[in-house]
Design a protein around this ligand. Structure first.
Ligand code: NHR
Ligand code: GAR
Length: 223
């Protein structure tokens, strides 16, 4: 890490829902994460995360996918609006629209997603119920670089939780959220500090290749 102070990393966050991960990032910035959220976009007009953004003084825009004839035209407008803010990093935080290849390639190496499973297991939707149906002993969450392959981009950091015998999907979602709110700001910090790169398909932290680090929320250790 360099000794000189960094300019805060300009970030744009995409949401579709509650925005609790957005809130965790806002709170982490308040506590010193060297980033600045330039704007929040939601495809869902009713997303509560829009309110969270506005209460934090962040521009919040709705781009409703239902207003566009196809995915490509929605993605083109979204891309143009995002680029207006000149972000260095795009953060998907509960964003629920699949993004086209052109969109994803435009932000290659500077777009992150948080996905509620231990990737490569359970790509796609409804992960908590699928973990329960499979009888898995553990569940988890992954932060990865976004590539055109849905939930298939290189994994950066994961956190694992035990599945209890009486868990339902809502309880799993709550405990996953607690982990998400720890690991997403941490990965964004690495990126903001210039420590994290996507080099072809290899994730590098401090120049060293990593294959999905594990976060321990009891100790705060990664490794
Ligand atoms: N786009 C690309 N190209 N690559 C990824 O890895 C992406 C992506 C867009 C979103 C988030 C992802 C998740 O973490 C994400 C990763 C939406 C769907 C989906 O099926 C799947 C995965 C993810 C997000 N969306 C439906 C669609 O037709 C709509 C579902 C709904 O509105 O409820 O876009 O899980
Ligand atoms: C999070 O659990 C996130 O991992 C998941 O949606 C939730 C959003 O919560 N993402 C996806 O399922 C992406 N398809 P939030 O709106 O409170 O941050």
């Amino acid at each position: 890490m360099s000794a000189i102070a960094h300019q805060p990393l300009p970030v744009v966050v995409l949401i579709s829902g509650s925005g609790s991960n957005l809130q965790a990032i806002i709170d982490a910035i308040g506590a010193g994460l060297p980033a600045e959220i330039r704007a929040v976009f939601s495809n869902e007009p009713q997303a509560y995360g829009l309110t969270r953004a506005r209460e934090a003084g962040i521009p919040a825009e709705i781009i409703d996918h239902r207003d566009y004839a196809d995915r490509e035209s929605f993605d083109r407008v979204l891309m143009a609006r995002i680029d207006h803010y000149q972000p260095a990093l795009i953060v998907l935080a509960g964003f629920m629209r699949i993004l086209s290849e052109d969109f994803v390639n435009h932000y290659r190496g500077r777009m992150l997603n948080i996905h509620p499973s231990l990737l490569p297991r359970y790509q796609g939707l409804n992960t908590h119920q699928r973990v329960l149906d499979a009888g898995d002993a553990t569940h988890g969450v992954s932060v990865h670089f976004v590539t055109p392959e849905l939930d298939g981009g290189p994994v950066i950091l994961q956190a694992e939780i035990p599945v209890h015998a009486d868990d339902d999907a809502g309880q799993l979602a709550d405990r996953i959220h607690q982990q998400e709110h720890l690991i997403y700001p941490l990965v964004i910090r690495w990126f903001a500090e210039g420590r994290l790169q996507l080099d072809d398909d290899t994730v590098r932290l401090d120049g060293k290749p990593v294959e999905s680090l594990r976060y321990n929320s009891d100790t705060g250790d990664t490794g």
